[in-house]
Ligand binder design. Structure first.
Ligand code: MN
Length: 424
């Protein structure tokens, strides 16, 4: 049987060359339809969703010991089955979708039940988020922010080159793409103000990130090796870590971000598996100084994925590109983040979400937040004639995309979108 990543594979379902979801991708999500409103697990293929709950109930997926695993409102139960089952299931779904396999192709009544047009599917949060941790692992981003707030000579804090820096965020406010985001209230103390006030955030920002979805648990006290950590990673999503910069600036000393990041974090609805991204692995930037032994990695653990961000004001028809960068620039890899996270003995859970940290690149057009793009509000961007932004305004819609073009097919993440609602 050919490997599910084989570039030569084709499906009997028509998949356009520019589609994010060819047979080589098969990302997992949770969906419902108006005709069948109970959320269940599916995979994206071209412009359709393949209903895995239907396939499983027909006995077409070999999950004897874990029946009903797809008739659920999250992929957590499936993830808990482990990497061997992830691979076998992906290979079986690939086989069922192949152009030369009649099982599903020639069974019209089954096809009618199992294939839902993407346009008819409502997409839900794909994971029950157990915990959410946000890292700060792009050297370019950390340097830009450091230069703005502490000057060129103290841009990186002394610990930054020695470990992946992070804070524990909120799982309760992780939302799926398309969910509107309410401008938060918070304590603000702008420069010059004598006392703080409680008011709507005035410096609302986005952060372009990737999210790592953890599919296997670790025990309290367990140290992770590189291969063990890698095997715990189920897949990746696009992640927008919405940020209230004015709230953040007043609250972050000494314990880091709190309410500035707690009001919403948006993720894309399709979880692209680590296995589908395997062809795009690359080495990250050279790490100097050499990390401590527990953080050293033998494998290339970065991924070459194109990322872009578009911004559309309410009165505009189309989003304007404001950032184009790549996931490969990350200084600390997801594997290193996970190893470090568990290194104190911290247990990891199925459904944990790790934000990569804002992904900026070396170029000016590669900055992954408005804080950097507008250089702390001093360099406004013109989106269209007369429409200028330093930070996000009410009605603005922010769209992030991620993909990688391979020979003959493209692996993509779809998008993560969010529109800003006015404060109440
Ligand atoms: Mn962040």
């Amino acid at each position: 049987m050919p490997h599910p990543n084989d570039p030569a594979l084709r499906s009997f379902i028509d998949v356009g060359a520019a589609s994010d979801f060819p047979i080589q991708n098969l990302p997992y999500g949770v969906f419902s339809t108006s005709a069948s409103p109970t959320p269940r697990v599916g995979v994206a293929i071209g412009n359709a969703v393949l209903d895995l709950a239907v396939l499983e109930s027909e006995g077409l997926l070999d999950l004897a010991a874990a029946q009903g695993v797809f008739a659920q409102a999250s992929i957590n139960a499936f993830m808990a089955l482990g990497p061997k089952v992830w691979s076998q299931t992906r290979a079986r779904i690939s086989e069922l979708l192949r152009h030369d396999n009649p099982e599903l192709r020639d069974d019209a009544p089954l096809r009618a039940r199992a294939l839902v047009p993407m346009a008819d599917a409502e997409l839900h949060l794909p994971i029950a988020v157990a915990g959410y941790t946000d890292f700060y692992s792009s050297k370019e981003h950390a340097t830009n922010v450091g230069v703005m707030f502490r000057g060129k000579d103290n841009a990186l804090q002394p610990n930054w080159l020695h470990m992946p820096i992070a804070y524990n965020g909120r799982a309760s406010t992780v939302v799926v793409s398309g969910t509107k985001v309410r401008r938060p209230h918070g304590q603000l103390k702008p420069p010059g103000a004598e006392v703080p006030s409680f008011a709507p955030c005035k410096r609302l920002d986005f952060e372009l990130e990737m999210g790592v979805v953890i599919g296997q648990p670790s025990r309290i006290g367990e140290m992770l090796t590189e291969s063990r950590a890698e095997g715990m990673i189920f897949g990746f999503v696009l992640l927008n870590d919405w940020s209230a910069r004015d709230i953040q600036q007043w609250e972050y000393v000494p314990l880091g971000p709190f309410q500035a990041k707690a009001f919403a974090t948006s993720i894309s609805p399709w979880v692209v598996t680590r296995e589908a991204l395997e062809p795009f692995r690359v080495r990250g930037p050279k790490q100097d100084p050499t990390p401590l032994p527990y953080l050293q990695q033998a494998q290339p653990n970065n991924y070459d994925l194109e990322l872009d961000v578009g911004l559309r004001a309410a009165q505009m028809n189309e989003a304007v590109p404001i950032c184009r960068t790549n996931f490969k620039y990350m200084y600390w890899s997801s594997v290193q983040q996970l190893i470090h996270h568990a290194s104190s003995g911290c247990a990891m859970n199925v459904g944990d979400l790790l934000g990569s940290g804002t992904i900026s690149g070396p170029g000016k057009h590669q900055r992954g937040s408005l804080l950097e793009i507008s250089w702390n509000g001093t360099e406004p961007v013109e989106l269209a004639s007369g429409i200028v932004r330093t930070f996000l305004e009410d009605g603005d819609s922010l769209v992030m995309r991620g993909w990688r073009q391979a020979s003959g097919y493209r692996i993509g993440f779809g998008e993560v979108e969010g529109t800003i609602l006015p404060a109440v």
